[in-house]
Design a protein around this ligand. Structure first.
Ligand SMILES: [Zn+2]
Length: 364
């Protein structure tokens, strides 16, 4: 029989954590060095830390020496960017998540689609969610450590940060280990999309938009987009654009779609509130999302502009348009009026080298 601790943590008969309370999640996993899946303390079991971007992807795209830029502006090499994970959890995660995803990714877009049709998106969603979670568990800890130099903030102060979303995502993502039943209403958006192959150098791409809880990962001829707190509503609105896309997108068009998904998520009237229910006697944990009506508030296109600019800043000097000067192009982008996806007639631009259009994207 499971038991509930005074802080709300739920333990099984062996003392393993079925559910982390928010306080314990922040103390042990975000600020502490415990295993990020089951919370084993350092020194109590063997650890082999988990790469934020899985090792098989680092190998496949030769990314060990490449670096990721964190939202706080610091750059860390992928091969050194890890979160604490014990050997047992790492093995379990490999068997339940990494190996199946790797086989499907290596099988190509057809294999990914077939899996989605037969089994739904949970496997890919959890995989993308783990990458997002790992990115930010570490980022938060780095920030807390940096802040600590200015004076150690008590844990209650740390809790004031927005840990809530990450805490609930963590609870959901652990389903592969805990066996928690996930109701479809608990899931956010997941989109798999075909991408044009433009030579080996651009085959891998990763875009992380923390504020809008969304992430983009490109692996060769296809990419995954996900948002984690929207109950699937951002993808529902994005569908109006996706339906007009008649072929594989270019790398730039993919980044625009990542910005667009985040833009839509940022403008949802409501975001999902995840709820856990426990049957301690029967040892069951269920997670669902509080019902929400997908509705957008008035769209502020400068937000779209900022998201686009964030994802394109390094490419900006390479983007040329016969319609605009470089400065005008940047201004149009920041205004949220630039699109690489559709021409002035709203037709999908199949030639990725075509100049950027600047038009008001239709109201979603
Ligand atoms: Zn562990």
């Amino acid at each position: 029989m499971w038991t509930r601790e005074p802080d709300d943590t739920v333990l099984d008969e062996n003392g393993s954590v079925v559910y982390f309370s928010l306080e314990r999640f922040v103390r042990d996993l975000c600020l502490g060095d415990c295993c990020f899946i089951y919370g084993a303390a350092p020194g109590t079991v063997s650890f082999n830390d988990e790469h934020v971007i899985p090792r098989w992807l680092l190998r496949r795209y030769d990314l060990f020496a490449a670096s990721i830029t964190l939202p706080n502006g610091s750059a860390i090499r992928y091969d050194r960017y890890t979160v604490p994970c014990c050997s047992a959890c790492n093995t379990l995660m490999g068997r339940k998540i990494e190996e199946p995803v790797r086989a499907l990714v290596e099988g190509g877009f057809g294999a990914v689609q077939a899996h989605q049709e037969q089994h739904g998106v949970l496997l890919f969603y959890v995989w993308m969610g783990l990458i997002f979670l790992k990115t930010h568990l570490k980022d938060r800890r780095l920030r807390a450590h940096l802040d600590a130099r200015k004076g150690v903030a008590p844990i209650a102060e740390e809790l004031k940060y927005d840990w809530g979303g990450l805490h609930y995502l963590h609870t959901l993502l652990r389903c592969f280990a805990t066996g928690a039943a996930i109701h479809p209403s608990a899931l956010g958006s997941f989109v798999a999309i075909r991408v044009q192959e433009e030579g080996s150098r651009s085959e891998f791409d990763f875009g992380d938009l923390y504020q809008a809880q969304s992430v983009m990962l490109r692996m060769g001829a296809f990419a995954f987009l996900a948002a984690f707190n929207d109950g699937g509503a951002a993808a529902l609105f994005l569908k109006q654009k996706l339906e007009r896309i008649t072929g594989p997108v270019s790398g730039m068009q993919l980044r625009e779609l990542a910005a667009e998904l985040a833009f839509l998520n940022a403008h949802l009237k409501e975001h999902t509130e995840l709820r856990s229910s426990f049957d301690l006697q029967g040892e069951r944990h269920g997670i669902d999302g509080k019902p929400m009506w997908p509705e957008l508030v008035t769209l502020d296109y400068t937000v779209r502009g900022q998201l686009m600019h964030y994802l394109f800043q390094r490419n900006l000097p390479m983007i040329k348009s016969h319609k605009f000067s470089d400065a005008e192009l940047e201004t149009q982008m920041l205004a949220g009026r630039l699109t690489f996806l559709f021409d002035e007639d709203g037709k999908f631009i199949e030639d990725s080298r075509a100049p950027a259009q600047a038009s008001a994207p239709p109201e979603a």
